[in-house]
Design a binder for this molecule. Structure first.
Ligand code: APR
Length: 252
């Protein structure tokens, strides 16, 4: 696959690469994006209806069941060639690679990336909804989708219930994590935006941080995004095709 010349030139010259990913970067591994229709028991629901504190406090077992299903999906999916290409790019001599992801799966890590900031949290971390203590227990994930599932009680405070350590709509991001994300963007000499609609802030504001500093911004997204006016170059290609093509052409 031919890489557009202007994108390849920027990639070859970059030494401090930051990749910002969204759900589209996981799509080819089989994890549905947010703007795809929800499937199964949640077909008629939008993530915005479930990924909120209100939904949690209204009916914890229902929200816990949705996350248990999503965790099982994520755990059974495997990283694709795009995840592996990002990690390979970061192993090249003289190149540092930082990943800032809105995704809550662990496909970047399983694809070999080591420096990954999860600005929206992780399906594989859990905490108490009262005392915030991290939950260290083992979760039993149902094999089939279930409508409701009782979350564990917090053994630290004895009052709360264990919830996903994920940033829900209306919740603030972890300042430390988002601060690291901003540093990763500001310290880059190339920002590659992969598979995000660019709708949800503050993550969607990160390409603007790069632009404000004169850092070139490339997008890899087969359908384009709301970030169109913040890009130097947009390549309408899937992550699993475009990223490996770039890395393969770095030495040509
Ligand atoms: N390769 C690259 N991009 C893709 C691919 C692919 N194979 N398939 C789809 N896309 C693009 C779509 O064109 C879309 O622009 O991925 C993007 C996915 O957009 P969303 O579903 O909105 O996901 P995302 O941008 O990550 O959502 C941001 O919204 O729901 C909240 O917190 C949630 O982190 C999420 C945030």
């Amino acid at each position: 696959m031919d890489v557009p010349a202007d994108i390849l030139e920027l990639a070859r010259g970059a030494r401090r690469v930051t990749v910002l990913t969204g759900a589209g970067a996981s799509a080819e591994s089989g994890i549905p994006t947010f703007r795809d229709a929800q499937t199964g028991l949640w077909t008629n629901l939008r993530p915005e209806d479930l990924a909120t504190p209100e939904a949690w406090y209204r009916d914890p077992p229902r929200v816990w069941a949705w996350y248990a299903w999503r965790t099982r999906i994520a755990a059974t999916c495997v990283p694709h060639a795009g995840h592996r290409a990002i990690a390979e790019w970061g192993r090249r001599d003289g190149v540092t690679m930082k990943v800032v992801t809105q995704n809550v799966d662990d496909l970047h890590e399983r694809g070999g990336s080591e420096d990954v900031a999860h600005v929206h949290g992780s399906l594989f971390r859990h905490k108490c909804d009262v005392c915030n203590a991290q939950y260290r227990g083992v979760l039993d994930l149902p094999v089939e989708q279930v409508e409701r599932l009782e979350p564990p009680d917090c053994e630290q405070c004895g009052m709360g219930r264990i919830r996903p350590d994920i940033v829900w709509f209306g919740e603030a991001l972890d300042e430390r994590v988002f601060g690291a994300a901003i540093e990763a963007v500001e310290g880059a000499d190339l920002l590659v935006v992969v598979g995000t609609s660019g709708i949800v802030y503050p993550a969607a504001g990160l390409p603007g941080v790069a632009r404000a500093q004169g850092i070139p911004v490339i997008e890899i997204n087969p359908h384009g995004s709301d970030l169109f006016d913040q890009l130097d170059h947009a390549w309408e290609v899937a992550a699993g095709k475009g990223l490996p093509a770039i890395v393969a052409a770095l030495d040509d």
